[in-house]
Design a protein around this ligand. Structure first.
Ligand code: ZN
Length: 247
């Protein structure tokens, strides 16, 4: 579990690079990490996830430029969620797509929040890998994942086409929904339910506290990311609970 946390934190460190550079169309590999103000390259010992931020007290060693607390947050969050996945799935094959899904959703959460986009270059390969992994792990249930992905995609496509502009749904959300179905299978249902519930509550909260106006855009991707991570861990149990209540 400690190793899972450490590898998760290192992955989180890479996700920070993806979150910052991908929407700006910058190379993920070069140049190496550097301070945005003084351009001083970050030394390897100042680039250790979580630890370096604390050692540097959140400032560039060279010029004192504040470093965003988002970096250690993403690293800690990724490590922590990887550990939760390890507890939920054990050291078994389903852990691998779970770790991938968590990482992808953390990147999408922040990129959509900042830029209102959900990059195809993340979602499309992840969708293929997610479906392939689930089909390989449970070949008897392959159709569940296909139906879940296509169903979720068609549902979001219908919303986007019926309420263009008004719903805040874009085609990025359609592709994301499809990807989530491929990963979650039946758990996509509680996942989407949770996404809409969290989105509605957050929307009302942001309106009431005046942080967002009636007309302002609120991206939906972050809510799908939160709802789907909960569904990844508890979706099957929620689904059983609902089916039990319906009988
Ligand atoms: Zn600097």
């Amino acid at each position: 579990m400690i190793i899972l946390f450490l590898v998760g934190a290192i992955t989180g460190s890479f996700l920070n690079v993806v979150i910052y550079r991908l929407p700006r169309k910058e190379s993920l590999a070069a140049p190496g990490s550097h301070c945005p103000r003084c351009k001083e390259p970050v030394k390897w010992y100042d680039n250790i996830p979580i630890v370096s931020y604390m050692v540097l007290q959140g400032q560039c060693r060279n010029c004192g430029q504040p470093i965003t607390p988002r970096y250690p947050t993403v690293e800690t969050l990724t490590g922590a969620l990887w550990v939760v996945a390890g507890i939920q799935f054990g050291m078994d094959w389903p852990l691998l797509p779970a770790l991938l899904l968590i990482s992808v959703l953390i990147a999408i959460f922040y990129i959509d929040l900042d830029h209102y986009i959900i990059p195809n270059v993340i979602v499309l390969p992840a969708a293929v890998i997610g479906l392939a992994a689930n089909v390989a792990i449970s070949p008897g249930d392959w159709w569940v994942y296909v139906v879940a992905g296509l169903g979720a995609g068609i549902f979001f496509l219908a919303v986007a086409l019926l309420y263009p502009g008004g719903s805040g749904m874009g085609f990025g959300d359609v592709k994301l929904a499809c990807m989530l179905g491929f990963f979650l299978g039946g758990a996509i249902l509680p996942g989407l339910f949770l996404s809409f519930a969290i989105g509605a509550f957050s929307g009302i909260f942001l309106l009431l506290t005046g942080q967002k106006g009636r007309k302002s855009r609120i991206p939906f991707g972050p809510f799908m990311a939160i709802g789907s991570i909960i569904a990844l861990f508890y979706g099957d149990r929620l689904l059983e609970l609902w089916l039990g209540l319906a009988q």
